[in-house]
Design a protein around this ligand. Structure first.
Ligand code: DGL
Length: 265
């Protein structure tokens, strides 16, 4: 099979065709020998030219393989998703619905979770490290499935935008866009981690989109979900957060990707 492939490749490439001409010439030459010698001489001739064919063909084989691989890589890029932990899995589930065949690499930075209580400086470093890791794993499109680091994903001066070959998607801008489209004029409350609220990214987004938004930082909810805290503890955190929300609120935006996992509480 390998030899057939080599011969096919040799025949289809310009340089290889020369070799095939030689092979045919050699074949014609053989008819001058007595029948019983033909087998032996044919074997000898084939073994003489086979290394040549193999050498050329393998070079062409790798060349064609490289072209096909590069084309495939460009046409079907891998999506790299990251979050502090399991929160981004809620985003991964949605991506799977939209692009069921996409290759995905997921990084949950559980060693450094939760992100939501970290300083902006720490988050900047963690974001850069996560993006670097995903790129080194072959990701071409990056999805930051973490609201807490969105402020860094959108900063053009951070250098992240330049290092990602295709696209960067973060959570806050699409959320604000969707809310502005569907709930303009409504009173919207954003529940998010302390880091997300402190970055002011939702406040700025709402001001730009002319949305009526109020913002609440929920301490330790994402952390409790991440470490699998008892349901009762999580219920207590949620109850406390809900008690602070104004009664005339129309829409509650769960602006941390961990929160949908406890939306039933
Ligand atoms: N799930 C992330 C977010 O959307 C991070 C939560 C955390 O680790 O505190 O903000």
């Amino acid at each position: 099979m390998g030899d057939v492939l080599c011969l096919l490749l040799t025949y289809t490439c310009p340089h290889g065709r020369l070799k095939m001409k030689n092979a045919r010439f050699a074949w014609r030459g053989l008819t001058r020998y007595p029948r019983k010698e033909i087998g032996t001489r044919l074997c000898a001739r084939i073994s003489n030219i086979t290394p040549l064919i193999r050498m050329d063909a393998s070079r062409w084989f790798f060349f064609i393989y490289y072209i096909l691989y590069t084309t495939y890589d460009i046409l079907s890029p891998m999506i790299g998703i990251f979050d502090s932990g399991i929160g981004g899995l809620s985003v991964l589930a949605k991506i799977r619905e939209k692009a069921p065949n996409a290759d995905v690499v997921y990084f949950g930075d559980t060693a450094n979770a939760p992100y939501g209580t970290r300083s902006l400086l720490e988050l900047k470093a963690l974001t850069e490290a996560a993006v670097e890791l995903l790129l080194s794993e072959g990701a071409r499109d990056i999805v930051s499935a973490c609201n807490s680091v969105s402020a860094f994903m959108t900063l053009s001066e951070s250098g992240l935008l330049a290092s990602v070959p295709f696209s960067i998607t973060e959570m806050t801008r699409p959320t604000v866009r969707a809310l502005a489209r569907d709930f303009s004029g409504k009173k919207i409350v954003f529940l998010a981690t302390p880091a997300t609220i402190a970055s002011g990214i939702y406040a700025r987004g709402c001001a730009e989109a002319d949305l009526d938004g109020t913002f609440f930082a929920v301490s330790d909810l994402a952390g409790a979900i991440e470490r699998g805290a008892p349901r009762e503890d999580i219920r207590a955190i949620v109850a406390h957060a809900i008690s602070e929300i104004p009664r005339d609120t129309d829409i509650l935006s769960l602006s941390c990707t961990h929160y949908p996992f406890v939306s039933d509480l």
